[in-house]
Design a protein around this ligand. Sequence first.
Ligand SMILES: Nc1ncnc2c1ncn2[C@@H]1O[C@H](COP(=O)(O)OP(=O)(O)OP(=O)(O)O)[C@@H](O)[C@H]1O
Length: 369
Amino acid sequence: MADLTLRDVKKSYGNLNILHGIDLDIKSGEFIVFVGPSGCGKSTLLRSIAGLEEITGGTLEIAGEKVNDVPPSKRGIAMVFQSYALYPHMTVYDNMAFGMKIAKESKAEIDKRVRAAAEILQLTKYLDRLPKAMSGGQRQRVAIGRAIVRNPKVFLFDEPLSNLDAALRVATRIEIAKLKESMPETTMIYVTHDQVEAMTLADRIVVLKDGRIEQVGTPMELYKHPGNLFVAQFIGSPAMNILPATIERAGETSLVSHLAGRKSPVPVATPSDAQGKAVSFGVRPEDLYVATGDDFLFEGMVDYVEQLGEVQLVYVDIGRPDQPLTAKLPGNVEIKRGTVIRLAASADDLHIFGGDGRSYARRRTAVAA
Ligand SMILES: Nc1ncnc2c1ncn2[C@@H]1O[C@H](COP(=O)(O)OP(=O)(O)OP(=O)(O)O)[C@@H](O)[C@H]1O
């Protein structure tokens, strides 16, 4: 059981500022995922929470206690790394027991906890094996088991699945989700590059960019209501299509004109001073569908099709040099390269972002709240 509170947390290496004042409240038992582009500071933030990095400003509290100066071993946290970091000459049992032996726990207590963790992770029959006789996925489970036996208040994962092949990643991801269910009181913080891991595991996702938080929300909040252009294009794959546009008529429902002078009503309120302003107009590839009549958003020539079986990614030339529109359409519809296609989307799936990149829908939500 541990809430985490981060207030204006900063980290710099010499003159190089990496974290620029992170404010974040994590509730006990939450599964939080940090995502963001390479180098944005995800690992630094995680390592700062663990105490492996000393923060250079702000405060960090775990379970109500300020831990800025508390060493890692006394923070009640356990961390699982991308490289499993198992001792190769020790059996699975001894690898899992090692930390407790060092902490001088009784043999009976060690045995109880190792066996309980092995049971949760389905490692019981491998307890006498050496790591080299196990698959990558099994080794990562041992590393997770080694963390579980410590009975941590907070569990930290730094890209734990990135060394596994695709099939093992899926299997181990599901195990981590089940592990969370079996430890509902344990707070978990997880760093990943993988959108699917973030969307499926997180109670809330924290999107970071250049050492700052861009948005915090449930996976569906971030997907449906991205607060700004960065989050809109970072969450979701392929990325949201963004086009330059102008607000023709501001109001409860805005009228937006975009490429080729087409005008679309968007059920997002814009203030009267937004009238005539240049904005960005967004629509996700998977929200587009083939329009049969004259009611369409985009018309263009199919430049390329990537058939993935269940779906196909259709790249449509809508007159923007080197920037085709991407549509994710069902795989069973025949779409021929070189033909003209019309695409539409439901008005509810359209997004408008102001000149500062912030979503208009989000502004309204913020005011209403
Ligand atoms: N010890 C260090 N000294 C100087 N700069 C560092 C140090 N450790 C990390 N950095 C820099 O801090 C920035 C953030 O690194 P960090 O590893 O936290 O990013 P990340 O978001 O986890 O990246 P990735 O997704 O590539 O793992 C990077 O620019 C990195 O070069």
